[in-house]
Ligand binder design. Structure first.
Ligand SMILES: C[S@@+](CC[C@H](N)C(=O)[O-])C[C@H]1O[C@@H](n2cnc3c(N)ncnc32)[C@H](O)[C@@H]1O
Length: 195
């Protein structure tokens, strides 16, 4: 019976996804470490390559480095001393996440084809220039919520749901279970890392 194939085996080209960086503006070092830490952990876990932080926060960057050493991958927190310069010189599309922007679903089909994306999230106050400097202002549901939620939904929409795959170099690995907690050490942690 014919298969409809031409005889040569076709391999489907793997779907390439954009390399995503995140810029968090309006961070308040020492004042809201938990919220910005959640932005960083969310960016890392859902597939972003790096987080730029304005203003820079070396303590937070060190904490995230420790997370990456334990849980793997190559995520980094980089200082963004001059956020405007970073946005202007970024070699890709700058996507400002704001409740006032265009619906994510409308712009996502174009964004997934980009090579590099910079997703920008704000804090309590967002510099008005950002709306003009961004390639596009994008909203997740045209209602006020949070930078963590907006970032998470956008990353899943653009990169897909994260899998349970263990990132390269991970020393710790979660064993998914329906009940209880199981973490295995793939490489023994030093006493300092185990804390
Ligand atoms: C406390 S909110 C400030 C709300 C702000 N008025 C705005 O422009 O979205 C902090 C950040 O959360 C993000 N955010 C909140 N709601 C959002 C939404 N519906 N869509 C996209 N981003 C949102 C934005 O990045 C915003 O800078």
């Amino acid at each position: 019976m014919g298969t409809g194939s031409s005889g040569s085996r076709r391999t489907r080209a793997p779907r390439t996804v954009p390399e995503v960086s995140v810029l968090r503006v309006g961070h308040r070092p020492g004042r809201d470490p938990r919220l910005t830490t959640h932005v960083a952990l969310t960016a890392r876990a859902l597939g972003a390559r790096r987080l730029y932080l304005h203003p820079p926060d070396p303590d937070l960057a060190a904490r995230l480095l420790a997370v990456t050493r334990r849980w793997g991958g190559s995520f980094e927190v980089a200082p963004a001393t001059e956020w405007k310069r970073l946005v202007r010189e970024f070699d890709g599309e700058v996507v400002h996440l704001t409740m006032y922007g265009l619906p994510l679903d409308r712009v996502a089909p174009r964004l997934v084809r980009a090579r590099r994306l910079l997703l920008v999230v704000g804090g309590a106050k967002v510099p008005s220039e950002l709306y003009r400097l961004a390639t596009v202002n994008v909203s997740v549901g045209s209602q006020p919520h949070s930078e963590v939620a907006a970032l998470a939904v956008t990353l899943v929409r653009l990169l897909g749901l994260p899998t349970a795959r263990v990132p390269r170099g991970a020393r710790l690995k979660v064993v998914p279970r329906a009940r209880g907690k199981k973490v295995v050490e793939r490489v023994a942690l030093s006493p300092a890392e185990a804390r």
